[in-house]
Design a protein around this ligand. Structure first.
Ligand code: EPU
Length: 362
């Protein structure tokens, strides 16, 4: 395995900002991973596992450790027809959307609404990627990972993965596991998920869309929101949603609504968009909160900005620095907190920010 030094990380991220990795290598199997870990341990270097870089913000100073890019290939059916359920193993380095396309073209239901999400299949369980009414954790049956604490390959069941909204045991125990392969349990000839408001609107009037129709609808909707990677669309030079949608209790929701009305942030008869969340809580739309805190789509902040197509994506308009992105992030957090008393938590992973006193999230 080739270990390179001072490799610029920006080109390995969809946001396209940040400095170099002190060491960098690509691993296409477990032996490469073992080699990289022993190299890093011998030098007491932190290791960061890189997938598609679609949910990553790298500091301008770069990362002083070892960046290990996972390129484990392969999509392998583990159960064959006539089974109603299809168990498919996918290598962590496979492009996520190639996997979705594989499933949809074989009429396997369960991931079609996750079409067009950038990144690799290895990132899917880590972040429990979700969109248009589906989450990867709903169809993941098991994850094979390298446990860097025990220094061996382990298999985690769905329950052990502890999937949550945009999180899992893999993101919670940051750095402990390196995902090698994920097994999905999909439904042969199953019905597609099409309950999300945008999809219902898209299919209004037409009944029972096929998996392929849902896939193409999702791709079209994502494109219209700048959430589909396209070199010709600078609105897609982002890390996807930059903030998680905040979840609050019903009491907190009532209080913040009252406060926002009293302060004139919203009109007396204006409703705040809200969605049911687990345990009787309420999920707020971060994009809406941002747009009602003095920002609009297309807002510019140096060479960084807010997407013209979706208020939740921070974009690199060309040549932006990581510090411009982070200062825009902080400005948005401050204004949303001042307007609504709600804390917006960033969704991406941040690396290399230790020296700023900014808490690194891995
Ligand atoms: N809205 C605005 N302004 C905007 C966009 C949205 O006010 O520019 C409001 C609207 O009220 C809208 C609501 O926000 O009804 C929700 O918007 P949308 O359906 O676009 O979804 P989202 O909550 O902003 C989430 C995920 C996306 C996922 C979409 C579709 C999070 C943080 N984001 O976005 O995931 O694609 O739903 O399912 O949960 C990602 O995680 O990177 C990501 C892109």
């Amino acid at each position: 395995m080739l270990i390179r030094e001072n490799v610029s990380l920006a080109p390995f991220t969809t946001l396209g900002v940040g400095g170099p990795a002190r060491f960098f290598a690509a691993a296409s199997d477990e032996n490469h991973i073992a080699e990289a870990l022993s190299f890093a341990r011998a030098r007491s270097l932190p290791v960061f596992t890189l997938g598609g870089g679609s949910n990553l913000v790298v500091a301008d100073a770069g990362f002083h450790g070892f960046v290990l890019k996972i390129e484990i290939p392969g999509i392998r059916p583990l159960s064959a027809p006539p089974d109603a359920d299809a168990r498919i193993a996918v290598g962590a380095g496979v492009e996520w959307d190639a996997f979705v396309q594989y499933c949809v073209s074989r009429n396997l239901a369960g991931v079609e609404a996750l079409s067009g999400i950038p990144g690799t299949a290895g990132g899917a369980p880590v972040q429990n990627i979700g969109a248009y009414g589906q989450e990867a954790g709903e169809t993941i049956a098991a994850v094979h990972a390298w446990d860097t604490r025990a220094d061996k390959i382990v298999e985690l069941t769905r329950a052990e993965c502890a999937f949550a909204y945009r999180g899992s045991v893999f993101s919670a125990a940051a750095g402990r596991y390196i995902v090698l392969q994920t097994e999905f349990l999909l439904q042969k000839n199953g019905r597609p998920g099409a309950q999300y408001a945008d999809l219902r609107k898209y299919f209004a009037g037409s009944v029972n869309p096929s998996l392929a129709e849902v896939r193409s609808a999702v791709l079209e909707i994502r494109k219209s929101k700048g959430m589909l990677l396209d070199p010709n669309d600078s609105d897609s030079r982002s890390a996807g949603s930059f903030f998680k949608n905040p979840v609050v209790s019903r009491d907190e929701f009532a209080a913040l609504k009252q406060k926002a009305r009293a302060a004139g942030v919203i009109a007396p008869d204006e409703a705040i968009p809200c969605f049911d969340a687990p345990e009787g809580n309420i999920k707020l739309a971060a994009a809406w909160l941002i747009e009602h805190s003095g920002f609009s789509k297309g807002y510019a902040h140096g060479r960084a900005g807010i997407s013209k197509k979706h208020a939740l994506a921070l974009v690199n308009r060309g040549g932006a620095s990581s510090s411009e992105i982070v200062s825009l992030m902080k400005l948005i957090q401050e204004r949303v907190a001042a307007s609504f008393g709600v804390a917006l938590n960033p969704e991406p992973v941040f690396i290399g920010f230790e020296t700023w006193g900014f808490k690194e999230k891995r």
